[in-house]
Design a protein around this ligand. Structure first.
Ligand code: HEM
Length: 528
């Protein structure tokens, strides 16, 4: 009913009591008791103290008090939407993954885009990497492709991740900056971690200030494996190509937008979907085998490297359409739990040490963030295919096993005995041979930190190169410690002398530092 038609009673203090009736349901407590008065707590006397026995009041306040859960330790600010993935052609020759078997088949997806460093309430147009996480609800379980909008990463080994993130987030004494990369700690870490220089070039490019989520590419970053029904493995890099094109804003636009509308990216995605202008991405694969991988100058297990598209072209295999906004931001976007460990038969990991570490981290953090071991019972996380297992109990258990058997092997007949293994279709790890002495190694094949940074810089147009130089200048101008500024420039000298010169001059460095000593010779474009 419109406001004027609602049945309203005025209380003795003039307060508004809206009354149920007709199609308007009755307000109840959590356990269904109808509520007569939601405006006044139960008191001893007209002006007396509130009574402990006011269960409705206590329940209402108790629940409110517990509304917040910890924000994600990274990627805290995000925005999600539902949609579907459509397979173009059967890929059964290269993968047994069910979602890639039949041309034209649609698989439901949930996607969450995010910034990395900022807190939940930070602004959308921060210069930052964007998360691009996709959950595919396949007929053989959920597959999460937890990627970013940049194809390389800062570090090669997950053991450095807490340091990277500590350095990127607010400095611990002052609690700022909330979302920007421009500060001493961040550039200190980067300048002392040469493997991050390639990523540093990418984040100083226009990619980190996208016009909207709809105009971003996405990347699985790591090399994964696809495995076919015969057990043959093919290496794969995953790419998302936006049908809308790739667009960014200029830095001065980003700064203004952050002030005028910190929700600019969320609003853009919401509005586009609500208006029926559904954003669309194509999924592309770069496929190669071990022999081919051995020919590269770099290691395909090193997440700071791309595989150049000129060498391994991208094969487009399907499209993803986002066509439905969430009904509830908290229930879906906040509580969704992506995990690199969620893979399905036909897809497998490689030994990329960053990926191996991620496989531990997501499950671990979600146990805390989502309050216990049953977060996969939440609708946004639950599989949409049949599932049966003997896991039980714990906080908020919605799906305990039915019947007598909650263990196996057991003696009960098929139904009462519960689920059984499937040796044919069940997941089996690719039997990669592994041997060697234990040790905290960094392979020498991971040592070239500059060649791809140089290739990336030289692949940019002059305007884009200008933006990169401006971004380094702006960010480093916020760094107070001269030695850190110089150390960053000493790395840029190995990437491109002209870039280093421009930044050094704009920063008015007293003298040009010596180039940082590379761990191995830097290749020119002609060498590669
Ligand atoms: C969250 C991507 C490296 C730990 C995320 C999210 C994305 C992402 C997209 C947000 C997921 C969401 O929307 O809920 C990546 C990429 C990486 C990377 C592409 C490198 C290639 C790492 C590493 C670690 C890590 C090395 C730890 C060893 C986390 C954690 C979260 C997270 C703890 C929060 C998860 C949650 O609370 O649900 N990452 N990440 N990430 N990432 Fe990563």
């Amino acid at each position: 009913a419109a406001l004027g038609e609602q049945k309203i009673l005025r209380g003795t203090g003039g307060e508004t009591h809206q009354v149920a009736g007709g199609e308007v349901p009755t307000l109840t407590t959590q356990v269904g008791m109808p509520v007569a008065d939601d405006q006044n707590s139960l008191k001893a006397g007209r002006r007396g103290p509130t009574l402990m026995e006011d269960q409705h009041f206590r329940e209402k306040i108790f629940h409110f008090d517990h509304e917040r859960i910890p924000e994600r330790v990274v990627h805290a600010r995000g925005f999600g939407a539902h949609g579907y993935f459509e397979t173009y052609d059967s890929l059964s020759d290269i993968t047994a993954a069910d979602l890639f078997q039949r041309a034209g088949e649609k698989t439901e997806v949930f996607v969450r885009f995010s910034t990395v460093a900022g807190n939940k309430g930070s602004a959308d147009l921060a210069r930052d990497v964007r998360g691009f996480a996709v959950k595919f609800y396949t007929q053989q379980g959920n597959w999460d492709l937890v990627g970013n909008n940049i194809p390389v990463f800062f570090i090669q080994d997950a053991i450095k991740f807490p340091d990277l993130i500590h350095a990127a987030k607010q400095e611990p004494d002052r609690g700022f900056p909330q979302a920007q990369t421009a500060h001493d700690n961040f550039w200190d870490f980067i300048s002392l971690t040469p493997e991050s220089i390639n990523m540093a070039l990418w984040i100083m490019s226009d990619r980190t200030i996208p016009r909207s989520f709809r105009f971003m590419e996405g990347f699985g970053v790591h090399t994964f494996r696809l495995v076919n029904a015969k057990g043959k493995s093919t290496f794969v890099k995953f790419h998302w190509k936006p049908k809308q094109g790739l667009q960014s804003v200029a830095w001065n636009e980003a700064v203004k937008l952050n002030g005028a509308d910190p929700d600019f990216h969320r609003r853009d995605l919401w509005d586009a979907i609500k208006m029926g202008d559904f954003p669309e991405w194509e999924l592309g694969l770069q496929l190669f085998d071990q022999d081919y991988a051995d020919q590269f100058d770099f290691d395909v297990l090193d997440a700071t490297k791309i595989i150049p598209e000129e060498e391994v072209p991208i094969r487009i295999v399907g499209r993803m359409v986002l066509d439905r906004c969430v009904d509830n931001f908290f229930a879906e976007t906040e509580q969704v739990a992506f995990q690199t460990g969620n893979i399905v038969p036909g897809i497998d990991f490689t030994n990329d040490p960053l990926l191996q570490g991620r496989n531990f981290s997501y499950l671990d953090t979600q146990l805390k963030r989502l309050g216990g071991p049953n977060f996969n019972h939440l609708p946004v996380n639950a599989p949409r295919c049949p599932f049966h297992h003997f896991q039980q109990d714990g906080h908020m258990a919605f799906h305990n096993p039915k019947g007598r058997a909650n263990y196996e092997p057991n003696s009960w007949d098929s139904e009462a005995g519960g689920p059984r293994e499937d040796p044919e279709a069940g997941f089996r790890s690719f039997p990669e041979e592994v041997e060697g002495a234990k040790g905290r190694y960094r392979s020498e094949t991971f040592a070239d930190h500059y060649s791809q940074a140089r290739q990336f810089y030289l692949s940019q147009t002059p305007v884009e190169q200008g933006h990169i130089a401006d971004a380094f200048t702006f960010e480093l101008s916020k760094v107070e410690t001269p030695a850190i500024r110089s150390r960053v420039v000493s790395h840029l000298l190995n990437v491109d002398e002209d870039l280093a010169q421009k930044v050094a001059e704009a920063l008015r460095l007293k003298e040009m530092p010596k180039a940082a000593k590379p761990a191995m010779p830097v290749k020119s474009l002609a060498d590669s």
